[in-house]
Design a protein around this ligand. Structure first.
Ligand SMILES: [Zn+2]
Length: 382
């Protein structure tokens, strides 16, 4: 059978994060720690290096740096490179057309500015606005829930005009995707509790009635402006309760007729809930499913498996490529190379089953890797 060739298709990475200015890691553990979602100290020491993901990363890097594929040699070869040289070489090799950057994390002072990434990678960079970070700032600046809510609506009055391609919510990390309505009394009590926590030194918004209430105000603005909202779904840091990160919890938001103008992007393939995310993309006109290949940190076969699940239920027009790369340029790079390989293989299976011709499969690959995102985020191509 002929191969589906996507090797030369540039990617629009519809969800990733900044790359650290400093690419030097003092110890082996401080490097390995980047490749686990676990906070348990024994994980980087004993186990991270034996994941399929990490083994693949080291082999891929050995190929890129032209050295022996063992961890020590690869890290020594990597350490010889200047940070900007390394970032530029990897981004360039990834053949990136556009990066959509969640500027909420890592903090801006730690990462290379967007303009510099664009120059190093010869690509475009489009920022996205993380809602919870904005909310935390506005709550700290106002004395009442009403004032904070008004300030939020003003801040989101013209999202694209301010240069943002999309909004992003990490409610799944904080209080769960079961975003619902609350009485005024409940929301105000929650506001007071958060203010109290801020005075005690914790500025982390994890107060559900308050966060849900402000999210509804933000979603109404997104719907009015037809701006896409990305939701973190499924797999993530240890502070996520994976049960509450199940995309089926979004039903209240998805069923609201007044939000139908708002495209909803379910991030990370909703892994391990990919079938559920694919199902939602198949039944709700405004739901899209992001397939990310840098993070979750998975073996190749597992990436192939979630891609099959997505292609098996969701329309191809609803699928979007991303790396979710963060911190190290390796993730943005390997996400793109793996994403193309996995997608080619999964699409070849559709050809084998008589669902697509080879040329249709190649066109479908290009839709997922770039065209769907260009349309959805209203980006110009090239
Ligand atoms: Zn992310």
């Amino acid at each position: 059978m002929d191969a589906v060739d996507l090797q030369h298709v540039p990617v629009v990475d519809n969800h990733c994060h900044g790359i650290l200015r400093s690419q030097s890691f003092d110890t082996l553990l401080s490097w390995r720690r980047n490749f686990t979602e676990s906070a348990d100290p024994g994980m980087p020491r004993e186990h991270v290096a034996s994941t399929a993901f990490y083994l693949r990363l080291i082999r891929a890097l050995a190929g890129f740096l032209d050295c022996e594929p063992d961890e020590e040699t690869v890290l020594a070869a990597r350490a010889e490179k200047d940070a900007r040289e390394l970032v530029g070489a990897l981004l360039w090799a990834a053949n990136i057309e556009t990066l959509l950057l969640d500027t909420g994390y890592p903090p801006p002072e730690k990462v290379l500015p967007g303009v510099e990434l664009a120059r190093l990678g010869d690509c475009r960079v489009e920022p996205m606005l993380r809602l919870e970070t904005l909310m935390e700032r506005l709550i700290a600046e106002h004395d009442s829930l009403e004032e904070a809510k008004e300030a939020l609506v003003v801040a989101l009055d013209d999202v694209r005009g301010q240069g943002y391609a999309a909004l992003k919510s990490i409610a799944a990390y904080r209080t769960g995707l079961n975003i619902r309505g609350w009485s005024r009394e409940e929301a105000e009590a929650s506001f007071d509790e958060f203010q109290e926590a801020v005075r005690e030194g914790s500025a982390r918004l994890s107060h559900k009635p308050l966060l849900d209430t402000l999210l509804h105000a933000a979603l109404a603005e997104a719907a009015r402006q037809e701006v896409p909202v990305q939701f973190h779904v499924g797999y993530g840091d240890t502070d996520t309760d994976l049960l509450l990160g199940d995309p089926l919890h979004l039903r209240v938001v998805l069923e609201k007729p007044e939000y139908r103008g708002m495209p909803v992007v379910l991030l990370h393939g909703c892994y391990p809930y990919t079938r559920k995310g694919g199902y939602l993309a198949a039944v709700y006109e405004n739901v899209y499913l992001d397939l990310s290949y840098g993070i979750p940190l998975l073996g190749f076969a597992e990436m192939l498996s979630f891609t099959r699940e997505a292609l098996g239920v969701a329309p191809i027009s609803k699928l979007l490529y991303s790396s979710d790369g963060i911190g190290m340029p390796e993730l943005h790079w390997m996400g793109a190379t793996d994403g193309r390989r996995v997608l080619s293989q999964a699409l070849e299976e559709l050809v084998a089953h008589g669902e697509l011709s080879i040329s249709e499969a190649e066109a479908a690959g290009e839709e997922v890797l770039r065209r769907n995102a260009l349309r959805l985020y209203r980006l110009s191509s090239g």
